[in-house]
Design a protein around this ligand. Structure first.
Ligand code: NAD
Length: 279
């Protein structure tokens, strides 16, 4: 049976380390959290982010804007927060209503306050191996692997999914850690054969339980990024956990695997934003 990679435990260790750092070093940090509209899932995510801030001892300033907020109004708020020295990080909860261009909004956030790591500047730094903010979910996966003593160097790593927020930065991070990386996507042929080569398989495909034991090499590490609510109300991932876990060496559960790491790494980025020397 596979070793369970406990994201809940590891994320709380990271939050405790940050809480201590903030107390010991007297760090003062404030995150601005912007939500447009009242999508219930977004409200839950925003609430969890604010709770995490409170726990580790950083301030959060909420901006809850109506559905009818215009793109110009949102851009003006971001300009104001970019100029506000009391604000260290700016987070715009996605998705935004369809009349607002997400790309334009992300591009307007100062790269120095881009704690989500979505700005092209942050992505460019990641690509060429320079310091910068890294997208929280893939950064969290690297922490899960490191803290579970799973070596990346020299390993065959396969990432299923090429989205800007998970698949692509995941592939870049595995590469930066000296993995041999293959990125698969909806047009990939022979997906099973490629996945079966993986020592480390990351599923970020957005399809409930698609990855079963036929995709798994015996003893592989399986990281499940997917989150889906099933008809019975339970959560599941992109990986069929019951089918895969007898064959994997290590596996993340859903819930309690990758999910909690995303917020922990957001907190890491907020502390980084408040302490970076180069401005
Ligand atoms: P996305 O829909 O943007 O990307 C999915 C990717 O999977 C695409 O690149 C697509 O090419 C690929 N794909 C789709 N069907 C495929 C197939 N049959 N074979 C191979 N590749 C295929 O999704 P995303 O934003 O990257 O998120 C992926 C999953 O991770 C979703 O379930 C999402 O809810 C979840 N997610 C979780 C967290 C977290 O904190 N745990 C964060 C972000 C996303």
């Amino acid at each position: 049976m596979a070793k369970l990679i406990d994201g809940k435990l590891i994320s709380s260790q990271i939050k405790d380390e940050l809480k201590n750092k903030i107390e010991n070093e007297g760090i003062s940090a404030t995150l601005a959290v912007i939500q447009v509209g009242n999508d219930p899932a977004s409200t839950v995510y925003v609430g969890n982010k604010k709770k995490a801030c409170e726990y580790i001892g950083i301030g959060s300033k909420s901006f809850e804007l109506g559905d009818n907020t215009t793109e110009d109004e949102l851009l003006a708020l971001i300009d104001r927060l970019n100029d506000d020295e009391m604000i260290n990080g700016i987070l715009v909860q996605l998705p935004l209503p369809s009349h607002i261009d997400e790309k334009k909004i992300i591009n307007r956030i100062s790269p120095l306050k881009d704690v989500d790591g979505f700005h092209p500047w942050s992505v460019g730094n990641l690509c060429i191996g320079q310091e910068g903010f890294v997208s929280c979910t893939p950064a969290g996966i690297i922490e899960l692997l490191k803290r579970s003593d799973i070596k990346i160097e020299g390993k065959e790593c396969v990432v299923i999914g090429r989205s800007n927020i998970v698949g692509k930065p995941m592939a870049l991070l595995l590469l930066a850690n000296n993995g041999t990386v293959t990125v698969c996507h909806s047009k990939t042929k022979n997906l099973k054969d490629i996945c079966k080569r993986a020592d480390i398989l990351v599923a970020a495909v957005g399809k409930p339980k698609m990855i079963n034991s036929e995709y798994i090499k015996e003893g592989a590490t399986v990281i499940d990024v997917g989150i889906h609510r099933m008809d019975d109300g339970k959560l599941c991932g992109d990986v069929d956990f019951d089918d895969v876990s007898p064959h994997a060496g290590a596996i993340t559960p859903v819930p309690g695997g990758v999910g909690p790491m995303t917020i922990a790494m957001l907190m890491v980025n907020c502390v980084q934003a408040a302490t970076r020397k180069e401005r």
